[in-house]
Structures are given as structure tokens and as C-alpha cells.
Design a protein around this ligand. Structure first.
Ligand code: NAI
Ligand code: MG
Length: 333
């Protein structure tokens, strides 16, 4: 619990490409809520590497560690050095990726709502790659009981608190018998403590197909690191694209909010990126601070704007990034 009543301290890392464009839009919406927030900006990413010789300067890391929350845009080629490192340093062991359709957006599943709860500290993203001899490279996939249990517990608690009745553990234990075997045993042990939540298991490859054919079978997908990364982009495709999907990296002490998408070099610098994911990150940040009413105001205004056709071109609209943010602000009560 915070003791002082000053503004919440938020570290803002806009990054590269469309990162700064969508983050500006999100900041405009956050300012319009009137919630006392203080934003401190930091550099990171490809451009930062060019200018400063490092993609994640020490002051950026220190700023992220000192802030109450981080709002992150996207970086380009330096993603591993920047975002993976930040997730590790902040020990944000959960990567929470809610995916939902918006009325008015042409997509495969206009009713879809599902949540990916992705383990965020280990798996194939442990940073353990090695060229053991020229022409042979290994990548170590680390799965631990402690991290698997911790992420499973988060998934079930999240289900309970948010009215979901089912959790599906995603795995490839038929091939990765030891590592995903351990992941599943941990998930089962936690599932046994939540008899009110239905628990199922599904192979990652058939899940990719089933998400396309019958996604309504799923509510919460509990995944190791890599599978969650891949399936969350697939899920984004079901509801109308990456421009719509926010994520939260959560730990015991730190929280970092970022769109699922990257720096989108193909559309960067043109003020046409969809700011929805970044604005939804802002709403998640407000919720994290306990500002539920403001978070809902933002989400309702965004829904209304999208439904009224006030969206960017990827949504079938004709607004620029900044115009869409203004349209959302204009609809905030
Ligand atoms: P991407 O997410 O940047 O783009 C994929 C496609 O979706 C592109 O066609 C792009 O135009 C579109 N798109 C993404 N966000 C959009 C938005 N807000 N509005 C409208 N369209 C949007 O993924 P890609 O192309 O695979 O990667 C580009 C760069 O981003 C790479 O250098 C990659 O390393 C980096 N990246 C960084 C991430 C991070 O910072 N967390 C995450 C994913 C990729
Ligand atoms: Mg990804």
C-alpha cells in the first residue's frame, strides 16, 4: 500500500518505430483522465543503441526499477536486449495478454474474449544460446517447478477474480517430456486447489488449429514462454490485429505495460499506427493503481470510438494515430 498521496510515478519508455507514436496517444488519454500520474521518459532501443552505444542505458533500467510502473512502447531489433532484459530485471514473472474483439471491427470472431497467461522469465527465452561448435548452436529451454507453479497460481487466481471458469495448460509434453512434463505437473497441482475452475490440457500445435477453428473452447491459456508469445499473436489475428492487444508484465514488486506488437517499421513515422493496444495498456496501468473507474472510462470511450468508425486504417477507419486518441478523449465522460 502506498503511504504518500502524491502522483503515481510512471517510467515511460517509448522506444522505436511506432512505439513513440502510440505511447504519445496513450499518454494523452491518460492525462485526460485527471488521475494524478507523473511521467518520466527514458531512452531504449535501436536508436538509443546508435546514439548512446547501448540499447538499455543504466539510467533507463534504474528508472524502470524505481518507478511504480512502466509504460513501454516497442523497440526494434534490440528487443531481446531491451524488453527481455527489463522483464528479467523487474522480475515480472507474468505476461498477461487479454485478447478481445471490439464491436465494429471486422474480424474472424467478433465475440471472442480470451486471456493468455504466459510464463515470462524462463523457457526458451532464458537467454542461454551457445555456439558449441561452428555450425551447431543450442538454445537451452529452462522450465522450473517454482516458476511453473507461480504462473499456474496466477492463472487460476486471475480466473477466479475475473469471472472465468476454465484454464487450459498449453504444452508439448509428448515430445518435451521432461520440461513440459514438469510444467504440467505443476499446473495440475495448482489446479487441484481450484475445483471450481475447470482445468484442461492441450498440445500447442493442435491449439493453434483449434484457436482458428473454434476459439470459444478456450478461456484462459496458461503457457510456457515461447508458446504464449506465438499464440498471443495468433489470438490477435482472430480479433482484428496486433494494434488491438495490450499486455502487462507483472511481478511481486514491478509492473510493465506494453502493446503486444513491435515497432512496425513498415508503418512507422506516418502517424497511422493503431493506438488501441497502447491506450488499453494505459487502462491496465490505471487498474493496477486501483483507478478502476478511470480505467473503465477509458475502455468505454475507446469501444465507442471504434464502434462509431473513429479508428485508424487497419480498423477500416480513416483517422490518424493522434486523431484517434483525440476521438477517444472526446468521448470520455
Ligand atoms: P510488429 O508487431 O512490429 O508488426 C507486425 C505487423 O503488424 C506489421 O505489418 C505491422 O504494421 C502491424 N502492426 C503492428 N502494430 C500495429 C499497430 N499498432 N497498428 C497497425 N498495425 C500494426 O512485428 P514484426 O514486424 O515482426 O517486428 C518488427 C520489429 O519489432 C522487429 O524488429 C522486432 O524485433 C520488434 N518487436 C519488438 C517487440 C517489443 O518491443 N516488445 C515485440 C515484437 C517485435
Ligand atoms: Mg511477440
Amino acid at each position: 500500500m502506498r503511504e504518500d498521496t502524491g502522483p503515481h510515478q510512471v517510467a515511460v519508455i517509448p522506444g522505436d518505430g511506432i512505439g513513440p507514436e502510440v505511447i504519445e496517444a496513450a499518454l494523452a488519454v491518460l492525462r485526460a483522465t485527471g488521475v494524478p500520474l507523473e511521467f518520466q521518459r527514458y531512452q531504449a532501443g535501436d536508436e538509443c543503441l546508435e546514439k548512446q552505444g547501448t540499447a538499455l542505458p543504466p539510467e533507463t533500467l534504474a528508472g524502470a526499477l524505481a518507478a511504480e510502473a512502466v509504460l513501454f512502447g516497442a523497440v526494434g531489433k534490440t528487443a531481446a536486449e531491451v524488453i527481455l532484459r527489463l522483464r528479467r530485471e523487474l522480475n515480472t514473472f507474468v505476461n498477461l495478454r487479454p485478447t478481445r474483439a471490439f464491436p465494429g471491427v471486422d474480424c474472424l470472431y467478433p465475440e471472442l474474449k480470451l486471456v493468455i497467461v504466459r510464463e515470462n522469465t524462463e523457457g526458451l527465452y532464458s537467454g542461454l544460446e551457445d555456439e558449441i561448435t561452428p555450425g551447431v548452436v543450442t538454445a537451452t529451454r529452462v522450465i522450473t517447478q517454482a516458476a511453473s507453479q507461480r504462473i499456474a497460481r496466477f492463472a487460476f487466481e486471475y480466473a477466479l477474480r475475473n469471472g472465468f471458469g476454465q484454464v487450459t495448460a498449453i504444452h508439448k509434453a509428448n515430445v518435451l517430456q521432461k520440461s513440459d512434463g514438469l510444467f504440467l505437473r505443476a499446473a495440475r497441482a495448482v489446479a487441484a486447489e481450484y475445483p471450481q475452475i475447470e482445468y484442461q490440457e492441450a498440445l500447442v500445435d493442435s491449439t493453434a488449429m483449434n484457436l482458428v477453428l473454434r476459439p470459444e473452447r478456450f478461456q484462459i491459456l496458461l503457457t510456457p514462454n515461447l508458446f504464449g508469445d506465438i499464440l498471443s499473436d495468433l489470438a490477435a489475428g482472430l480479433v482484428g490485429g496486433l494494434g488491438l492487444c495490450p499486455s502487462a508484465n507483472l511481478g511481486d514488486k514491478h509492473a510493465l505495460f506494453e502493446p503486444v506488437h513491435g515497432s512496425a517499421p513498415d508503418i512507422a513515422g506516418r502517424n497511422i499506427a493503431n493506438p488501441t493496444a497502447a491506450i488499453l495498456c494505459g487502462a491496465m496501468l490505471l487498474r493496477h493503481f486501483g483507478e478502476l473507474a478511470s480505467a473503465e472510462r477509458v475502455e468505454r470511450a475507446l469501444e465507442q470510438a471504434i464502434a462509431a468508425g473513429q479508428g485508424t486504417t487497419d480498423l477500416g477507419g480513416s483517422l490518424s494515430t493522434t486523431e484517434m486518441a483525440q476521438a477517444v478523449i472526446g468521448r470520455m465522460p
